[in-house]
Design a protein around this ligand. Structure first.
Ligand code: PLP
Length: 460
């Protein structure tokens, strides 16, 4: 065929887009421990969550059904950018001289430039349908705020975002994008909430954290019956919405007759990782394939590899239910590394549970190694990745180089969960040699986590 060369891009037609999300809870060998009410120590019920979330999302949070149909009104918005492409990284492979075949599922084609709209859109939809007129949320790097502002605009509801002060100051373009989509942005900590005022009274120069921003957004939503709260990661329903990534990738790999040997993804709260991995884990448990699944986190915020598996709050002020997860302690403030989306003290309970039960592995990477992989990727594949997925790329590169040594033709699949067009100052810092690596002394970190956990309410 004229012009037929290497196939770089494996696409699906709109008509081939999956119409159901996959709920991994249905197929787990053992169920994950439930969230607990901090006051009673009992599992939280739907009534406890009703001040913050609409009924349909609460049901999705607790359902044991294997699949949930995606509403037509959501599919219609997804079709603006989905199905997203799967690429074979031929040029990266050539640069590495590896016999491995590397594939990446690219979520940077979305309106926000990341995977976040996959859940922002259904969350805004279910809230709007329940008569909610405003959603509050937190944002770190700004990707979640951007996604939610876009999603709220689709269904005609307001969006108010507390952005971590450090990013608010360093990343004005994210704020402008949120405002362009119609959202309102406050730097966090702010004077608008009791949680924010308490932090500012003690630390007037606080640069904020995701945990503090969550406390502020939750506080505002809890006070107003027409306002709800939306979380961009961590919770079961969020990871379920992201499974459209993995369902599409399965179809794309099947089209070219490939099965993965290794799946790698970056983990902040675990949503892009779970979204890619869960459908593959289902196939693995069914005996159709046997890939190794590996999470990659930053050395500066190593919740899986160095955190403790325990009940902890999802936020700093202690307003959320207690979640059984890998945590660095709810008041942990990581160093201001460039991957803002990976600076969260905890990890999704589902991902934590899968790690604990040995279904997935995890490694931590220092950011300079990740930027090196990101720059190599940009120069070979032509996409500047967001700093977060460069963690997964660094692990993919490491594996591909090991294949070069061993001669193994492994099939490696990763989620390139966002582009880095608004993260160019971070690349600038790297190119100028100004990116430094921080890690944690294990004993010191364990002591700090243990100390933070003593400040939790006693559980019955
Ligand atoms: C938010 C974000 C992350 C981290 O969140 P997860 O829930 O772990 O996926 C990673 N990458 C990008 C591009 C993000 O926007």
């Amino acid at each position: 065929m004229a012009g037929a060369g290497k196939q770089h891009k494996i696409t699906l037609d709109e008509s081939e887009m999956p119409t159901r999300w996959y709920n991994v809870v249905h197929d787990l060998p053992t169920p994950p421990p439930p969230p607990l009410h901090p006051g009673t120590g009992q599992p939280v019920g739907p009534d406890d969550l009703a001040p913050l979330f609409p009924t349909e999302l609460i049901m999705q949070e607790v359902t044991g059904e294997q699949y949930v149909d995606i509403p037509e009104e959501v599919l219609d918005v997804y079709r603006l950018w989905r199905p997203s492409p799967l690429f074979r990284a031929h040029r990266l492979e050539a640069a590495l001289g590896t016999p491995a075949r590397i594939y990446y599922k690219y979520e940077g084609v979305s309106p926000a430039g990341s995977h976040k709209p996959n859940t922002a859109v259904p969350q805004a939809y279910y809230n709007a349908r329940a008569g909610i007129t405003k959603l509050t949320t937190e944002t770190g790097a700004g990707q979640w705020g951007t996604a939610l502002a876009f999603a709220c605009a689709q269904y005609g509801i307001d969006c108010e975002v507390w952005q971590v002060r450090a990013s608010y100051d360093q990343k004005p373009y994210r704020r402008l994008m949120i405002e362009t989509f119609g959202g309102t942005v406050h730097p966090s900590p702010s004077e608008l909430t009791a949680a924010g005022r308490a932090i500012l009274a003690e630390h007037p120069d606080s640069t904020g954290s995701l945990g503090i921003a969550i406390s502020e957004a939750v506080e505002i939503a809890a006070q107003d019956p027409s306002t709800n709260y939306a979380l961009g990661s961590v919770l079961n329903h969020v990871l379920m919405h992201q499974t459209i990534i993995g369902e599409e990738a399965l179809l794309q790999l099947a089209k070219i007759g490939e099965t993965p040997d290794l799946l790698v993804g970056c983990t902040g709260g675990g949503s892009n990782f779970g979204g890619l991995m869960f459908p593959f884990l289902r196939e693995k448990w069914a005996g159709w394939m046997n890939p190794e699944v590996r999470a990659v986190e930053p050395s500066a915020c190593p919740s899986l590899t160095q955190g403790t598996y325990a009940y902890d709050f999802g936020d700093t002020a202690g307003m959320t239910p207690l979640l059984k997860m890998h945590t660095l302690g709810h008041d942990f403030v990581p160093d201001p590394i460039h991957s803002g989306g990976l600076r969260y003290h905890g990890m999704s309970p589902l991902i934590s549970h899968l790690y604990e039960t040995g279904e997935i592995g995890a490694v931590a990477k220092p950011q300079s190694e990740c930027f090196a992989a990101g720059v190599l990727f940009a120069r070979t594949e032509g996409i500047v990745p967001a700093p977060e997925p460069t963690h997964a790329l660094a692990a993919a590169v490491e594996e591909a180089l090991a294949c070069k040594e061993s001669g193994e033709e492994k099939v490696i699949v990763t989620a390139l969960c966002g582009h880095g067009h608004l993260d160019l100052p971070a690349y600038g810092a790297y190119l100028e040699g100004k990116v430094t690596d921080t890690g944690w002394d294990d004993a010191e970190l364990q002591a700090a986590v243990a100390e933070a956990l003593t400040r939790l309410p006693a559980l019955a």
